[in-house]
Structures are given as C-alpha cells and as structure tokens.
Design a binder for this molecule. Sequence first.
Ligand code: SF4
Length: 212
Amino acid sequence: MSDAERAAEVLTRLRELHPEARVELDHDNPLQLLIATILSAQSTDRRVNLVTPELFKKYPDAAALAGADQSELEEDLRSTGFFRQKAKNVIACCERIVEEHGGSVPEDMDDLTALPGVGRKTANVVRAVAFGLPGITVDTHCKRLSQRLGFTEQNDPVKIEHEVGSLFPPTVWADVSRLFVWHGRYTCKARTPLCAECNLQDLCPWFRDQVD
Ligand code: SF4
C-alpha cells in the first residue's frame, strides 16, 4: 500500500471513528473564530469557551476590540494565560482588520498571517472552518499523529503541512485537520496513546514498532 493509499484509508477510518469531530472553539463568525484561536494558545478550548461569550458580548466587532482599553482587555483575558501579550495582539490584529480590511477578517493566507498574533496554524483554522478553504492545521496533536503514522519525519509545522497535504487532495484538507486534531487529542494521546481503542493499528508504524 502506498502512503497515499494508506492516507486515504486512515481518513476513511477516522471519519467512521469520530463522526462527532469538530473545532471545539465556540464561535458565530470568522472574527470570533480568529480571536478564540488566538486566545487558545497555551490554553485549552474549554477555558477559552468560558471567556468568549462575555468577551464577544462586550466587544461585538473588530472596531470594538480595536478600541478596547488594553488593561481592561487584559483583565477580560486573564484566565486564558499570557493575557498581556494576547490583549496586545488582539487589539493590534483588530486595528489592522479595521484599517486594511474594512472590519472583515481576510481570507487570503498572506493577509491573515500579516495580522499581529496570527501564525499559519491560526490562519489555516480560520480559512478551513470559517471560509471552507483548503488548509492543514498542524497543531501539537496533528503533528504527533502524522509522525506516528509515518506521514512525516519533520518537526517544522510548515514542512509537516506540506508533506501531509501532499498525501491528500485539497478538497479533504479541512477534514484531515479536524480529524487528526481530534484523534490526536482524544485517542492518540501524547504520553499514553489509546491504541486499544484505535482502528488504525494495522496502518500505524508506531504501533507496529511497539508490538514487534
Ligand atoms: S495505533 Fe496507537 S499510535 Fe497508532 S494512531 Fe492509533 S492510537 Fe496512535
């Protein structure tokens, strides 16, 4: 079986195993998803979801966030960790969205990654989930699973994005991201992967190495 055939089979099985897989950051529009993803760095989706309902009520659009008082926003974001840097980035990011994009989150990768606090991972989440555009989201879970499945030996997220992306047609990249992140988070865990609950054992070089 070629890597591409194995990749296709992995995707089929992950779809069967995790029909509930989804992006867990609560949001109603692209801006809310962008801000929630920025806040999720070094935090958990659950923690962010506790903060964002009040946050988005208080600051309903990019202009409101761009005009936020820095110290007040820091307090609003405190429980998500790294709140000073996050507040600074959120304000600067929304200023740029207002000044250069008329208050709407841009779709273009270069425009997104030019926003303060927005890296490729965040940009890919927004592009795939909010706009339905092709993008592989390489977070810690996707990276670990891709390595264990032998789809990459790279550590650099951009190289992983390209190597994993090359195994799948772009039309399914959003699905790959959603399912790899979910499977990595809940089954192929970092310290103790739940291989007994995984339907990829016969496709997984990492598992084979453990039992050999
Ligand atoms: S068999 Fe184990 S190591 Fe391989 S993908 Fe499944 S959980 Fe991860």
